[in-house]
Design a protein around this ligand. Structure first.
Ligand SMILES: [Zn+2]
Length: 357
C-alpha cells in the first residue's frame, strides 16, 4: 500500500520516509497537503524502529514533569496502544501514575473502535482471542479454529435472537455485521489520540505544547463543544490492513500560513486517523477568531492498491462532546468470495447458532 525508505541520521538512528502514488480521488488532496506539510517523525511499529530507552534513574515524565525516583517507571509505556498492534514502540517519558491515568483514554478508544479491531486477525499471534460486545450477545474470536481448519480465521458468534447481527448480500458478496459500541466519551477518545501525538512529538517541542499537555491531564479545560480543533479526520480503506501501526507527525513548511503547525496521523488496521495538534505556542496568534485552514492528510494508500480493493472512505469525526454516548450503532462490512453454508450450522434469523467467515 506504500513504501517506506529507511535512512540513518548522524547518530545512526533510523529515519523513515513514506512514498506512494495517490489514487485519483485523493490525488489533489495529496498534492495540496504535501505542498504545505512535510513529515518530521515517522514511527512504524517494527523491530528496526525500536528505540533505546533511557535508564530508569535518568527518566523524567513528559506528562507530569516529575523525575525518577519521585515517580516510578516500572510499566512499559506504549507510544501506540498494544491493542492497535504496537509491539515495538515504547517511551521512557511516561511515569506509572500518568500511564495509569491515561488508561481511561485508552479504554474509551477501545470502546469507540468496538468490534472493528477484533475483526482483524493478528497473524503474528495465531492463538484464539475473543472479544464480546457490551450486551454479550455477539462474540468475535480470532485464531486457529479446529473446526474451520489450520488457517488463522475470524469466528463471529451471535446469540442475539432477532437482533439481525448479520446481513448477507450474496450477489454483492458482502457480509455486514451490526452491533452497538460500549458506552464511550468522545472527548476521551480524542485524548487517547492526542496522547499518542504528544508522545510522538520531538522533545524540543514539548515545552511549547504545555497547554496541550495541561488539557490532556485535565488541569486546563477550554470550551470544547463544537470546536473544530477536536475533529478527527478519518479514512477507512477496503482490503488488507496496514501490516503494523504507524504514527506520523506532519509539520507545516510555511510558518506564516494560517494552518496548524503540526498534524498527527495514525495508520492502523484499515484506518487513518488524523488530528491537528492544539495549543502550540507558535500557533496562538491564529486563535483570533479568523478562519484557519485544516488540511486533510491523505490515507497513504497507493493507487494500485485502491484500484484493486477500492478507494478509502473519508469521514469527519467530532470528538468534542464530554457526555457519554450510549448504544452507538456500528457496522463492519466484509467482502467475500463465496459462502459455504454448512447444513445445520447457521440460522442467523432465529437461533443465531453460528457463522464463520
Ligand atoms: Zn507522570
Amino acid at each position: 500500500m506504500f513504501q517506506i525508505f529507511v535512512d540513518r541520521d548522524a547518530d545512526n538512528n533510523p529515519i523513515a520516509r513514506i512514498r506512494y502514488s495517490a489514487c485519483d480521488r485523493y490525488a489533489e488532496c495529496t498534492k495540496a497537503f504535501h505542498e504545505q506539510y512535510e513529515s518530521i517523525v515517522l514511527l512504524p511499529s517494527r523491530k528496526e524502529f525500536r528505540r533505546k530507552l533511557r535508564p530508569v534513574k535518568d527518566r523524567m515524565c513528559r506528562f507530569c514533569g516529575k523525575k525518577s525516583p519521585e515517580v516510578t517507571f516500572k510499566t512499559a509505556a506504549h507510544l501506540i496502544p498494544s491493542f492497535l498492534g504496537n509491539g515495538f514502540l515504547f517511551s521512557d517519558f511516561e511515569c506509572d501514575d500518568c500511564n495509569n491515568f491515561h488508561s481511561l483514554f485508552e479504554s474509551n478508544l477501545t470502546y469507540y473502535m468496538g468490534m472493528s479491531v477484533p475483526f482483524h486477525p493478528n497473524l503474528s499471534r495465531a492463538r484464539q482471542r475473543k472479544v464480546k460486545n457490551f450486551e454479550n450477545d455477539l462474540e468475535v474470536g480470532t485464531g486457529i479454529f479446529e473446526k474451520i481448519g489450520p488457517e488463522v480465521a475470524i469466528q463471529i458468534v451471535s446469540d442475539g435472537s432477532g437482533k439481525n447481527h448479520f446481513t448477507i448480500d450474496e450477489s454483492g458478496k458482502k457480509l455486514t455485521v451490526n452491533f452497538a459500541r460500549k458506552t464511550y466519551v468522545p472527548l476521551l477518545v480524542y485524548k487517547a489520540i492526542l496522547k499518542m501525538a504528544l508522545s510522538a512529538m520531538p522533545v524540543d517541542y514539548v515545552y511549547k505544547y504545555r497547554r496541550a499537555f495541561a488539557f490532556l491531564m485535565g488541569s486546563y479545560e477550554p470550551p470544547t463543544e463544537g470546536n473544530m480543533i477536536f475533529q478527527v479526520y478519518a479514512f477507512v480503506h477496503p482490503g488488507p490492513q496496514y501490516n503494523y501501526p504507524i504514527g506520523i507527525i506532519w509539520e507545516k513548511k510555511n510558518k506564516d500560513s494560517r494552518m496548524n503547525t503540526h498534524h498527527f496521523q495514525l495508520l492502523f488496521k484499515n484506518y487513518s486517523f488524523q488530528l491537528a495538534l492544539p495549543y502550540f505556542d507558535d500557533d496562538l496568534w491564529m486563535y483570533d477568531g479568523q478562519e484557519n485552514l485544516l488540511m486533510v492528510a491523505p490515507p497513504c494508500i497507493d493507487k494500485a492498491f485502491a484500484e484493486k480493493f477500492g478507494v478509502p472512505i473519508f469521514q469527519t469525526l467530532n470528538f468534542s462532546n464530554k457526555d457519554p454516548v450510549k448504544g452507538d450503532p456500528q457496522e463492519v462490512t466484509f467482502t467475500f468470495n463465496e459462502v459455504l453454508f454448512k447444513e445445520g450450522s447457521i440460522d442467523h434469523n432465529d437461533k443465531g447458532e453460528g457463522l464463520s467467515v
